[in-house]
Design a protein around this ligand. Structure first.
Ligand SMILES: [Ca+2]
Length: 362
């Protein structure tokens, strides 16, 4: 009788099968399941209303695709923190700040008078004692003032600002100045109300603060500058019109300009936008609150219901972004994409302008 051959296979391969099963389960646990869950999370994070360009870009406008990004910064406590994830929908945005030439077309078509061209309102006069020289149309102009060497501009009253009667968008330095040779420079002495009026006439609107920062970053993640991690490029190339030298007394204009520069003088960022850093401040639609980032909704945040008072007034403040030709590393680094600023909506000054955005559906 032939001794039956013992069926060795199940027991001899069992350890291998168990090991293989463990490997499969382990692989799934380590690689597949996290990816599945992260994909789900990613989908929640990246929900947007529009990402594809909805048509041919109108003249002077680029498509900002929208999506998730890190807004703010943990490195600067001045209202910019914490860095937090935000998602914005796609939108159109002006490639450049609104120029004097563009604003002139608006004024000729509408007869619009800017805030700076009108005397202070009853509401403004009610803010407190207003000297006679400020009961006339005026705006605020920068003047270079040399501070004593031991005075830090961050601890000095802003004595570099002059109240100038008759200063307005047509007369940037006062009644005797003009914009004849600056028609392609950004319009300045623009209040938030002026910017909104222009946008509405143009069938556009102001960007939200989140839209503005998403666009300014040009598709880069958590970079210090709108163009990357280094302030200057190869050979000392400049990417923005800011202030070099010693603020506020001496601007060496190493970047080529003292004061405003023609729009699009400096390279565009990753989305084709110029001057998102420096040149002139740009108004946003949001009210400002320094604590807003702690409670901001994730999708398309539009700012708090009301703002906080400005630095020198009890008026609520609107957000401004991007810095200006007056941003100096020894005084104000608010030309960085995470940096915020705020001023009452009636404020106008020689370094404040705007640009517009447009909804995809309009
Ligand atoms: Ca400059």
């Amino acid at each position: 009788m032939t001794r039956p051959i013992r069926r060795q296979t199940p027991t001899s391969y069992r350890p291998w099968l168990i090991a293989a099963a463990c490997l499969i389960v382990g692989f799934a646990s380590i690689f597949l399941l996290p990816r599945l869950f992260s994909k789900t999370a990613k989908m929640e994070e990246t929900f947007v209303e529009a990402t594809e360009m909805p048509g041919t870009p109108p003249e002077g406008i680029v498509w900002i695709p929208g999506g998730p990004f890190w807004m703010g910064s943990d490195n600067d406590p001045e209202g910019n923190a914490p860095a937090h994830q935000v998602v914005v929908s796609g939108f159109w945005m002006d490639k450049t700040e609104v120029t004097n030439a563009q604003f002139e077309v608006f004024v000729k078509a509408t007869g619009y008078k800017t805030t700076a061209e009108l005397p202070p309102t009853e509401e403004e006069l009610a803010q407190g004692e207003v000297p006679p020289e400020r009961r006339v149309p005026f705006s605020v102009c920068f003047k270079a003032v040399a501070l004593p060497k031991d005075v830090d501009p961050n601890r000095s009253p802003p004595i570099w600002w002059d109240f100038v009667a008759g200063a307005d968008w047509r007369h940037p330095e006062g009644p005797s100045s003009n914009i004849k040779d600056r028609m392609n420079h950004p319009v300045v002495h623009i209040s938030w109300h002026d910017a909104v009026a222009y946008c509405e006439w143009a069938g556009k609107r102001l960007p939200t603060e989140a839209e503005w920062e998403f666009a300014a970053r040009g598709g880069l993640d958590k970079q210090e500058y709108c163009w990357g991690s280094e302030k200057q490029g190869t050979g000392g190339k400049w990417y923005a019109n800011t202030f070099q030298g010693s603020f506020p007394g001496h601007d060496s204009a190493a970047d080529g300009y003292r004061g405003t520069s023609p729009v699009a003088t400096y390279p565009a960022n990753g989305y084709g936008l110029h001057d998102m850093s420096g040149n002139v401040w740009e108004w946003c639609s949001d009210w400002y609150a320094g604590t807003y980032y702690r409670t901001s909704p994730k999708n398309n945040p539009k700012g708090p219901e009301s703002g906080v008072a400005g630095r020198d007034t009890n008026q609520q403040a609107k957000v401004r972004r991007g810095g200006s030709f007056l941003c100096a590393d020894d005084y104000c680094r608010r030309y960085l994409p995470a940096a915020r600023d705020h001023n009452p909506p009636n404020d106008a000054a020689s370094h404040a302008g705007f640009r517009c955005v447009k909804d995809a559906s309009r």
